[in-house]
Every structure is written in C-alpha cells, then in structure tokens.
Design a protein around this ligand. Sequence first.
Ligand code: AAO
Length: 514
Amino acid sequence: MRTLLLLLPTLLGVCWAQYISNTKPGRTAIVHLFEWRWTDIALECERYLAPNGFGGVQISPPNENLVVVDPWRPWWERYQPISYKICSRSGNEIEFRDMVTRCNNVGVHIYVDAVVNHMCGSGAGFGDHSTCGSYFNVGKRDFPAVPYSAWDFNDKKCKTTSGDIENYSDPIHVRDCRLVGLVDLALGKDYVRSKVAEYMNYLIDIGVAGFRIDASKHMWPGDITAFLSKLKNLNTQWFSEGSRSFIYQEVIDLGGEPVTSSEYFGNGRVTEFKYGTKLGTIIRKLNGEKMANLKNWGESSGLMPSDRALVFVDNHDNQRGHGAGGASILTFWIPRLYKMAVGFMLAHPYGFTRIMSSYWWPRNIQNGKDISDWFGPPSNSDGSIRSVTINANATCDNGWVCEHRWHQIRNMVIFHNVVDGQPFTNWWDNNSSQVAFGRGNRGFIIFNNDDKNLSVTLQTGLLAGIYCDVISGQKEGNHCTGMQIQVKGDGTADFQISSRTEDSFVAIHVDTKL
Ligand code: AAO
C-alpha cells in the first residue's frame, strides 16, 4: 500500500505532465513564429526571446511536404506531408538541430506543429514534387520515404461518396474521411501509430519540448492516446528526468457540432477557439457586447477548464479567414483593438497563452473573403523564405510583422510572467467598455474602449509608489519613458485615459516601480 502511495504521484505525474508547458519557471507564454526559418528562430531566441522572458516558440511543420506551385508556394503547402524527414522551406535537419540546441541553451523551448492526421491532398494539380525530393504517388497512396502504402489510409473505412468529410455533424465522417481532400491516415493501425510516434520521438531526442497536434478533431481521441503513449520522456540534457511532452490538440469547438473539445482532455490541452472568437466580439463591441462582460471571463463564461486550455487571440488560420472564428477575430491588421485584446489575454489568469507573430500579405477582401488568403511568407523568386531583418527600433522588416516585438505586446508578456500565480482581483467596470483589474499585489491593468474619456480613482492592490506604464513606454534603468502612475498609501491610484489615443490602456506591475 505504502509503495503504491509513493508510486501514485509518479504514475499520475506521467499523465499530468501533458498539460504542463515545460517552459522555464517564470516564463509563461509562447510565440508562434509562423513560417520563420530555423536560422532566424535560433537568432531570435538568443537576441530577443530569452532576454524578454518568452518561454518558447511554436514552429511551422518541420517535415518534408508537397511543393505547391499553383498558387505559388502558399503557406498551406506545409500542411501536406510527404515524409517525416526534417526538410522544409524553414530549413534542413542541421539547421533544425542547431535551432533547438541554441534556443534550449538560452531557456526558450521549441514546440513542433505535428501534422499526423493525413498526408498530402488527393486531387492532382497543386504540385508533384516534395521539399526534399522524396518520391510519392498520392493516387496509389504510396509514400515510400515513410513508408506508407494504401493499407495505411482510411479510404475503405470512410463511407462518404466523395471520400471527403461531407458533414461535420457526423463524427465518423469527421474522423474517418478526408479533411479537404487530404489523404487520411489509418491511425487505428498500430503500424501507423508507430510511424507517427517514431517521428515525434526523433524530435524529442533532438530536444523539442512539446507538440501542437494539427487537425486533432479529425482523429479519434483514443488513436491520439495510442501514439502519445509511445512517446519517450524529454531529452534530459535540457529537461528534468521523467518530463513528458507538452501536448495541445487543435480542435475547433465553437459549439454546435457533436465533436467536442472535452473528448480530448485526456490527452493534453486543447486549443480554445471560443476565446479569440468571443474576445474579438467583445472588444469590437459587436452584437451589443461591452468589455464589462469580461468580468466573469473563463469557465463561468462558457470556456473550457483553464488548465486544459491553450489560448490565443488569433492563429495562422483565422487571421486570414481559414479555420473558424470568422469576422470577429482580431489581428495585426487592426492594431489598436488587437493590442487591447492581447493585453487583456496576457493580464488575465485564464489558460496557457500563445502569441501570434505574422508576415504581411497583400490582403484583398472581396465579398467578405480574402482572395489572397493563400499567400506564402516573404520569399525570393526561387521560393526560398526571406530572412527576418531587424530595424534600429527593434521592429521587423523584409515583410515580417513580428507582433511579439511590438513593445506593448512584449511588455505584456513580461507582465504575464510577473503576475503568474496571483489571483484575479479588484475588478472594476463602468457597465460599458471601461474596465480594470489587478493580479493580487503584483500588477494592475485598465482599459478604455468607450468613446468617451476615462477618469477614475481605483484600488490597485499595489504598494504605494510611482509606477511606469508599460503600454505608453517602459521603465529603463530608474527612468520611465511612458506615463507615470502614482499609487497612494491606501493602494488607490488616479487614472486618465483619452478615448482617442492609439493605446487606450495602461498596465503597471511591481517590476516597473520607480
Ligand atoms: C489546401 C487547399 C484545399 C485543398 C487541400 C488539399 O486550400 O482547397 O482541398 O489543400 O489539396 C491548411 C489550409 C487548407 C489547406 C490545407 C492543406 O487551411 O486550406 O487545404 O492546409 O494544404 C477545419 C479543421 C482544422 C483545420 C481547419 C483549416 O477542423 O483542423 O479546417 N486547421 C488545421 C491547420 C490548417 C491546415 C489543416 C488543419 C490541415 O491549422 O492550417 O489547413 O492540415 C468548421 C469546423 C472546423 C473546420 C472549419 C473549416 O468551422 O468546425 O473544424 O476546421 O469549419 O473547414 C463557423 C463555425 C465553425 C466552422 C466555421 C467555418 O465559425 O462556428 O465551427 O464557421 O465553417
């Protein structure tokens, strides 16, 4: 009995660990460096992410994929695997290993986007060669570089006429048929599970800290459990003995479909798509919403349990009309509201947070749809991805947006680290879109998303002193480049925020005390 009790935490630990981010203590958010090259990510870990307290990077799929030529090299070609060789537009295996090592060495971990539900599209026409030159024949379901053959796909299992998912209200369609024509792997087979686990274990050995599991909704939860149970513990060069991969599954559940997020909680965290959809609706003030409605944000407002949620304002799909969320999603294209949304997310204790970092594309919205939604990353005429260049003021150039380098967002990532573990306190609202809240005695944030100026005295929960606002500026040495807020002996402070400023929110925390 005693042995069992002693063993129990270890046994449970194996299971719990899937929800733990594996970020270093005091680093509580990751950033998706969408379509970045491995060499640029290695540099970014060293020169920017580590010094600014970022915990990790979600990278684009590293494995060999279809080269799509019509349209020309869209970003989505990387969601059409040809093999599990580490060989993509972001770089080769040597560059990948160098990135993982260098990022880990400065305490920034790598999270791989694992595309394991399917291989490439079944329809002809997009392209016929692969990023590493591996032979394949999708018509015959032949992928010798893995190898997979016709027996390893669900073609016989799927019962729709087209072979594609035709109806999202039928969970069997959703799991056994092709997502937009992508040939669907038979993850019910032990052979396929083993190949997937072999790929993931290869990455674990190199030193990655976890995985986004692409298209999880299109796999049976039990099949995911089966390949996850074949995974090794993380590499002990950087992670403590017995550490398990952080897992977050991409399941789009906005309600209204039979497949739900909760079916996947046993495997790890799940992407909470309601988060960005609802937050966007509230901050845009659509359907009569107001920020005061954020008072009970979290489980009691209909989101999944906080310790199961991976949260984000936008992702690589819904920032361009793919996936789900639609018109309410906020992105870098609407910077004023976007910064408020990301600021709110990073001030709030709910979920594990991911920041989006994008590139520019020639957005062209016609009848509500962006016809340039396919546009790939900044690239040269031979299709190679262009490097991220950094301006003197620390912003990015060469076509890269780098939201994570916007000082307001970067400073809120630090805020999120500083207030980690503190309770949600001192909520205030004007019953409209002026709201404020604190995080115990470590941080305080206030928003004015109304069309009128804000002037109010509020309890901040902070010790008396002069604090530097990290939105209008920041503390540099003992000097504040932004607005100063005086917290009085009783913990209250006066706030004035015009409704016409570019950044109509103010955030202070203990490390910005002058
Ligand atoms: C490309 C071409 C296709 C071609 C295919 C194969 O665009 O025309 O047929 O190649 O040759 C990405 C791109 C795809 C691309 C694919 C492969 O987005 O355009 O296809 O690479 O190159 C579903 C999935 C979700 C998926 C999302 C895009 O459930 O897993 O579609 N996301 C991931 C990745 C994504 C990637 C893939 C998966 C594939 O993040 O980048 O695709 O690896 C409903 C369902 C959702 C469903 C959406 C969209 O959502 O609930 O599950 O997502 O529809 O089909 C309201 C509803 C909401 C609904 C939404 C949209 O908001 O509330 O539930 O409307 O109807």
